[in-house]
Design a binder for this molecule. Structure first.
Ligand SMILES: Cc1cc2nc3c(=O)[nH]c(=O)nc-3n(C[C@H](O)[C@H](O)[C@H](O)COP(=O)(O)O)c2cc1C
Length: 164
C-alpha cells in the first residue's frame, strides 16, 4: 500500500508531528503543499491531507492542493488537523470545506483525526499560549491508532478489489 501525506504546519510545527506519526505507520511519503511527490497521485492508494486550523479552516494551501488534484474514482483519503480549540460545528468546524472539495474530486473519505496543538495566536500570546505541550504523547498515540485504522481500511479494500 502506497500512501502520500500533504501537510501544512506553520505555527509551531504541531501538525507536522501528527503527520510524522501517521506517516511512520503508513510508511508514507510526506510533502508540503506545492511540493511534487515522487510519483503521480494516481499511483498512491491512500492520500492524507493535514494542517493546523486557521480561522476555523484548513490552510488555504491545502485547499489549493486539493484544487490541483486530478479527478479520481473512489480513491481513499483522510484528513487530520491540530487546533487551539475544540471542534465546534460551524464556528470552529474544521474539515467541512476540505471534505466537500475532496468529494467533488471523486475521493472517498475514510477518516478524520484532530487533536489540540500549542496556540499562541493573537491574545493567547499574552498569556503564554494555550494547549502548551500539545500534541502530547497521548495525542500522538491517538494519531498512531488512527493511522493503523486507515491502513487496515485501505489494505482490506484494495484486497477486496483484487479478489472478485
Ligand atoms: C492565524 C491563526 C489562526 C488560528 N485560528 C484558529 C481557529 O480558528 N481555531 C482554533 O481552534 N485554533 C486556531 N489557531 C490555532 C492553531 O490551529 C493551532 O495552534 C495549531 O496547532 C497550529 O498548527 P501548526 O503548528 O501545525 O501550524 C490559529 C492559529 C493561527 C496562527
Amino acid at each position: 500500500m502506497k500512501a502520500l501525506i500533504v501537510c501544512k504546519s506553520y505555527h509551531h510545527g504541531n501538525t507536522r508531528k501528527v503527520a510524522e506519526t501517521i506517516g511512520e505507520v503508513l510508511n508514507a511519503e510526506i510533502v508540503k503543499p506545492g511540493e511534487k511527490p515522487s510519483s503521480s497521485i494516481r499511483d498512491y492508494d491512500l492520500l492524507g491531507l493535514g494542517s493546523g486550523i486557521y480561522w476555523a479552516r484548513f490552510h488555504g494551501d491545502i485547499f489549493d492542493s486539493v484544487e490541483n488534484l486530478p479527478e479520481v474514482e473512489g480513491k481513499k483519503a483522510f484528513i487530520f488537523s491540530t487546533s487551539g480549540m475544540r471542534k465546534v460545528p460551524i464556528i470552529n468546524g474544521f474539515g467541512g470545506g476540505i471534505k466537500d472539495k475532496l468529494l467533488e474530486k471523486g475521493f472517498e473519505i475514510i477518516g478524520e483525526f484532530s487533536c489540540r496543538g500549542y496556540d499562541t495566536f493573537f491574545l493567547f500570546k499574552l498569556v503564554g499560549g494555550i494547549q502548551k505541550g500539545r500534541p502530547n504523547e497521548e495525542d500522538l498515540r491517538g494519531a498512531k491508532k488512527f493511522a493503523e485504522r486507515m491502513s487496515e481500511r485501505a489494505e482490506t479494500d484494495s484486497k477486496n478489489e483484487r479478489e472478485p
